[in-house]
Design a protein around this ligand. Structure first.
Ligand code: PLP
Length: 341
């Protein structure tokens, strides 16, 4: 397969349309077969459910080339399952998990020329999503939906090394108890935009959200889960029903326990405890782990002793091991690497 002539190392994270995308429609209570289309545009009625009441969910994953030349995707079965959970919470018909995998497989195969070559540091970002399409004016779920997935090549996340982030403890809340924080819904992002624009204007990279009920426990950022390392090298991650269950975070915890022999704790993390940790990182598909150097709570600075200038040693080991598994240098647990065929 001849690859596109793209400067893979310098494309950043933006929308670069390719020729092919996947579409399937839901109508009269059933999903149609669906297939590849070249039309990047969607024509919707002015009253479509998604436009009026934000009935939309999404997923994010990556395809990349291994050293031995295979095109693979990391744990897409978990994205498929998570999208089913998201759909149920927003009263949307779930796109079946097996159909999801088939669709993604076909989509990536059709776009193989855009899967960056091994060693470029770039990858092919996959964005499956689903939204209500028919007119809805009285508040209720739509009856018709579209499932769509497109791809866009994205550059290496850490160009010139991982620079630790500075994070602000936000005055805004991300997710209410018993709300929608645990699903991947566009609405969670719409309401985080003001908070992130404000944080950026103040010179911060990201927001740390606390639990909305008590504002005393760490939840997550707008789009990544937290990992902390204790003085005695335990890996700690916040537990809460309003956190989005990151596939990267779940994979890193497994790697910590089963590959690195580290103790792992998923539990409530009081903000008061943050100053006791030695390392901090943000996990998500985009970067795997971004190191955090500093958390600022209304002028009060918490600096992590390891990780102000570069990734701390434990976070680096986690990062190297998981990316090694993804790239095929380290043997993966059963079922983690899906080969596109
Ligand atoms: C997508 C997302 C993450 C990261 O999840 P991954 O499955 O690791 O990509 C974390 N937090 C939020 C709010 C998200 O939407």
């Amino acid at each position: 397969m001849e690859k596109k002539n793209i400067d893979w190392g310098n494309i950043g994270f933006g929308y670069i349309p390719t020729e092919k995308r996947f579409v399937a429609n839901y109508k009269n209570g059933a999903w149609e077969e669906g297939g590849i289309t070249e039309d990047a545009n969607i024509v919707l009625n002015e009253c479509a459910g998604v436009l009026q009441y934000a009935q939309t969910i999404f997923e994010g994953m990556k395809a990349y080339t291994t050293e031995d030349g295979r095109t693979v995707i990391f744990r897409p079965d978990l994205n498929a399952a998570r999208m089913v959970d998201s759909a149920k919470r927003l009263e949307m018909p779930a796109y079946p998990a097996d159909k999801f995998i088939e669709a993604i497989n076909e989509l990536v195969k059709e776009n193989e020329a855009y899967v960056p070559p091994y060693g470029s540091g770039a990858s092919l970002y996959i964005r499956p999503y689903m939204f209500g399409t028919n007119p809805v004016i009285g508040v209720k779920p739509a009856d018709e939906y579209q499932f769509r997935a497109f791809v866009t090549p994205v550059g290496p996340y850490f160009k010139g090394g991982a620079k630790p982030l500075t994070i602000k403890v936000s005055d805004f809340d991300r997710a209410a108890p018993h709300g929608t924080g645990h699903i991947k819904a566009g609405l969670n992002y719409a309401m985080s935009l003001h908070a992130i624009v404000t944080a950026h204007a103040e010179g911060y990279d990201e927001n740390m959200y606390l639990d909305a009920a008590t504002r005393s426990n760490v939840e997550e950022t707008g789009g990544a889960n937290f990992l902390f390392i204790t003085k005695d090298n335990k890996v700690v991650t916040p537990k809460s029903d309003s956190i989005l269950p990151s596939i990267t975070r779940r994979s890193l915890l497994y790697v910590a326990e089963h590959y690195l022999g580290l103790e792992v704790e998923e539990r409530v993390v009081p903000f008061e405890e943050v100053k006791e940790f030695t390392e901090c990182g943000l996990c998500g598909t985009a970067a795997v782990i971004s190191p955090v150097g500093k958390v600022v709570d209304h002028g009060n600075e918490i600096c992590f002793p390891s990780g102000m200038n570069e990734m701390g040693p434990v976070i680096k080991k986690l990062y190297d091991t998981l990316t090694g598994i993804q790239m095929g240098h380290i043997e993966a647990p059963e079922g983690w690497i899906y080969e596109v065929k």
